[in-house]
Design a protein around this ligand. Structure first.
Ligand code: PLP
Length: 290
């Protein structure tokens, strides 16, 4: 059974052959975009969860970068090729990558590929409410900018899932250095936005909130949408508005959510315990299909 696989547009599933050239602008400049989706494999086979939403977001990212993305049918064909070569049961992550292509041979056009990788199992954190799936400790880290930093500045590529994710990765590394599992990014004017690789939802007094995309530069999260829709269908009030950092410490539930990892309840923030509502965590997880 394979634990990883690569498929390249126009070539299909490749083995160990080279895929990236040294002059690829995605490699040398981070000039490209990507997206990540959850893959589930059972007796019925392997499937990508919310494939349309992830391909839509990849297309939006490509449009923001002015990269000519291959047609949707070609991505779907590549996905089918990868899934039919995949039999590892359980959870995996499919990553779609699109780069501007070769600097020295621009006529070759963009490079489009996908990778499929088995998902590592998280070690659960013990909590006062017992074993709560995917519970995490987090720290707040500054974005270094105010909550409207991306207004009227499309070249800053706020909300675009570019390949230049190095600051997101550095934030996650800093969180680990501080003894936590992940970070919540906060603005210089005091609002909580999202995680380095996750959306953020906050539940207080029966209201679920998430911060708006747009001026904030937040990525439109497929999982946040699912969780907010599920909460609304359950009769909970939902609001898209800026959430003050102070509210995280008084909330009934704070969740970092993503397609790959699912909704993760934050049970400790900046060294302070947060309340753990196992029933709320289970509802949020169900809404996201976890
Ligand atoms: N925000 C950022 C910055 C991300 O990198 C991700 C994950 O890809 C998310 C949010 C969550 O997005 P999704 O729920 O679509 O996986």
């Amino acid at each position: 059974m394979t634990s990883s696989l690569v498929a390249v547009m126009g070539r299909g599933v490749v083995g160990d052959e080279p895929v990236i050239t040294p002059d690829d602008l995605g490699f040398s400049r981070g000039d490209g975009c990507f997206d990540s989706a959850r893959v589930l494999t059972d007796e019925q086979g392997a499937r990508v969860v919310n494939l349309d939403e992830h391909l839509d977001r990849l297309a939006s990212s490509a449009a923001a970068l002015d990269i000519d993305i291959p047609a949707r049918e070609r991505w779907v064909e590549l996905v089918d090729q990868a899934l039919s070569a995949w039999s590892t049961p359980g959870e995996a992550v499919m990553k779609f990558v699109l780069t501007r292509g070769r600097e020295w041979e621009p006529q070759a056009g963009p490079l489009a590929l996908l990778t499929l990788r088995e998902k590592p199992v998280l070690t659960p954190r013990p909590t006062p409410a017992g074993q709560v799936p995917r519970a995490l400790h987090a720290v707040t880290l500054t974005t270094g900018h105010p909550s409207d930093a991306f207004r009227d500045a499309p070249w800053l590529l706020g909300g675009v899932k570019t390949l230049s994710y190095v600051t997101n990765v550095a934030a996650a590394r800093e969180a680990k250095r501080r003894g936590a599992d992940d970070a919540i990014m906060v603005t210089t004017d005091g609002y909580a936005l999202e995680g380095p690789t996750s959306g953020l939802v906050v539940v207080s007094d029966g209201v679920m909130r998430t911060a708006p995309t747009g001026d904030t530069g937040i990525l439109a999260s497929v999982t946040v949408d699912e969780v907010m829709r599920g909460a609304a269908a359950d009769g909970m009030e939902t609001r898209v508005e800026l959430v003050p950092v102070a509210d995280l410490f008084t909330a009934d539930g704070v969740f970092l959510v993503s397609s790959g990892r699912g909704p993760c309840p934050i049970v400790e923030l900046d060294g302070r315990p947060l309340p753990v509502d196992a029933e709320l965590a289970a509802r949020v997880a169900r809404a996201a299909g976890f």
